[in-house]
Design a binder for this molecule. Structure first.
Ligand SMILES: Cc1cc2nc3c(=O)[nH]c(=O)nc-3n(C[C@H](O)[C@H](O)[C@H](O)COP(=O)(O)OP(=O)(O)OC[C@H]3O[C@@H](n4cnc5c(N)ncnc54)[C@H](O)[C@@H]3O)c2cc1C
Length: 481
């Protein structure tokens, strides 16, 4: 009786008006959901799961919805919106750890730990994502001394499909731990995470011009001293397209750990206008590359800033809403020695298919094969593409074609691709890059035998892969009306 009453109360408070169908940030896929639960407590989450079980519905879990391949969508599912389940439960300055509810964003984590002179060890390049979404993608960023986030997870607390709450870590329930990290919401709700932090050191940022042939040599020379690093290559459509690059390097100073004020993003409108120019014209692309060199990535300047401030770069200027087109991300991983050859091949594919490339950035990623669906199978360069494409079916089919060519090329160079983005790669390509999917399916059977948790990504590649190639081959771009 109490359970029914709490479910009813939860429904009353959580079913406000919401946009239905629901979309992820790419707007390439959308689905009608049956109920939205904006959860704020563990009891809310358990009640929502109970509701779904009682109504024979499936559950999707949403953080800040920046995955781009239907990872938060399934038809008629119950959606858990985790973003208000976001309390920082504990910061331990002695052991340099944080315990946090997983709806919290990295921006919230940074606010909590900066006064303690602590910083995040591993997260994405920017701070807008939820901790839960980050763990579920096993994300990585600009750090250089560690692999993906799994290396910083001490333990996690999980709500299983049965309603049971369990802990998982490399020692406790390891099978579940290594599947749910990087498991894209298919195995349970990660409620809380205890994460290892590092000192918020002051860093010196320098920029070096390199071409893509010499990028690896430059990186190898400096890798041991770098705290953070990324690369950026030219998008100007001339001879130097993808060939002229910058290496942006952050080296710790001797200064003690800092609690310097967190900086907020500046010039959002100006940067959004400039970025928009580059969407629609080659002149805009050339102008942006020019300004990037003369304003942002200046080789004649050294800037000193805290790790926390280096890990909150501008991002809001990228917000974009158009009826006809959208911006997407893709990411490919290749071993260091394969990088120049892959860049060469990628350049040819992007030019042949006239892909509207808006930025190419590079990360250095240490090998980590811990989880069941690992992407960092070697010490790798991650090549991150920011691309504008149409929302119409023809554009989607075209994008699927050149994506598969890029995935083929990455695999031919002993590399892989990131699962957080569109469902453009084929089933065969997925299975080649992620052979651990069979064991993942077994763990799913063990912890969620009735398939309570589901999403379009999981169903497409693992849950019902026999149907993927025929009926749901593309990104199934059913758009919101
Ligand atoms: C502009 C942009 C920049 C990006 N930069 C990077 C980058 O630098 N490095 C990188 O590695 N990735 C990057 N990504 C990808 C990003 O890390 C993933 O898409 C990540 O999942 C986003 O987090 P989110 O909170 O938006 O997750 P969502 O999109 O909301 O969810 C992602 C997945 O996690 C699951 N999930 C969410 N919360 C929970 C939970 N509490 N328990 C269980 N499952 C949960 C969802 O069901 C879903 O399957 C970027 C994406 C964008 C759009």
């Amino acid at each position: 009786m109490r359970a029914i009453f709490s479910t009813a109360l939860l429904l009353f408070f959580s079913l406000g008006s919401f946009a239905n169908p629901v979309q992820d940030v790419s707007r390439l896929a959308s689905e009608e959901i049956s109920k939205l639960f904006k959860v704020t407590s563990e009891a809310d989450i358990l009640s929502a799961l109970e509701y779904a079980r009682a109504h024979h519905q499936q559950v999707v879990i949403a953080g800040t919805r920046h995955s781009q391949g239907g990872h938060i969508l399934y038809p008629n599912a119950v959606m858990l919106d985790m973003t208000e389940y976001n309390r920082v439960l504990d910061v331990d300055p002695t052991n340099k750890t944080i315990q946090v509810q997983t709806g919290a964003t990295w921006a919230q984590v940074q606010q909590a730990i900066n006064p303690h002179r602590l910083a995040v060890a591993v997260m994405q390049s920017s701070n807008i994502f939820s901790v839960g979404g980050t763990l579920s993608a096993n994300a990585h960023g600009r750090h250089t001394q560690l692999g993906p986030i799994i290396e910083t997870v001490i333990d996690i607390k999980i709500a299983l499909a049965s309603g049971e709450i369990v802990s998982a870590s490399p020692e406790r329930n390891p099978r579940l731990f290594y599947a749910i990290i990087g498991g894209y919401g298919a195995l349970g709700v990660i409620l809380e995470a205890k994460l290892q932090l590092v000192d918020n050191l002051m860093l010196e940022k320098t920029v070096t011009a390199v071409d893509y042939q010499s990028y690896i040599a430059h990186l190898k020379d400096n890798a041991d001293t770098l705290a953070l690093h990324y690369g950026r290559c030219s998008i100007a459509r001339n001879q130097q397209f993808l060939e002229d690059c910058f290496s942006i390097d952050y080296v710790p100073t001797d200064a003690p750990a800092s609690n310097a004020a967190l900086q907020e993003e500046q010039h959002i409108t100006r940067n959004a206008i400039l970025f928009d120019l580059s969407r629609s014209s080659p002149y805009g692309k050339a102008l942006r590359w020019q300004l990037q060199q003369s304003l942002m990535d200046r080789t004649d300047r050294t800037v000193t800033l805290s790790r926390n401030n280096a890990m909150r770069p501008p991002i809001h200027f990228l917000a974009y809403d158009s009826e006809t087109d959208t911006d997407i991300l893709q990411e490919y991983f290749v071993p260091l020695d394969q990088f120049p050859a892959f860049m060469h091949a990628m350049k040819a594919i992007l030019l042949e298919h006239q892909v509207n490339l808006l930025s190419v950035t590079l990360r250095y990623l240490k090998q980590n094969n811990d989880n069941l669906l690992p992407y960092a199978q070697h010490d790798s360069i991650a090549i991150v593409l920011y691309i504008n494409m149409g929302l119409d079916q023809a554009a989607i089919e075209h994008a699927q074609k050149w994506t598969r060519a890029l995935v083929d090329s990455a695999q031919a160079h002993n590399g892989s691709y990131y699962l957080a983005y569109q469902r453009f790669p084929s089933l065969a390509q997925f299975q080649r890059s992620y052979p651990g999917w069979t064991e993942f399916a077994q763990v799913k059977q063990q912890y969620d035998p009735t398939g309570l948790f589901n999403n379009l990504f999981y169903a497409h590649y693992i849950g019902q892969p026999w149907a993927a190639e025929s009926t749901r081959d593309s990104n199934t771009a059913r758009r919101a009306p």
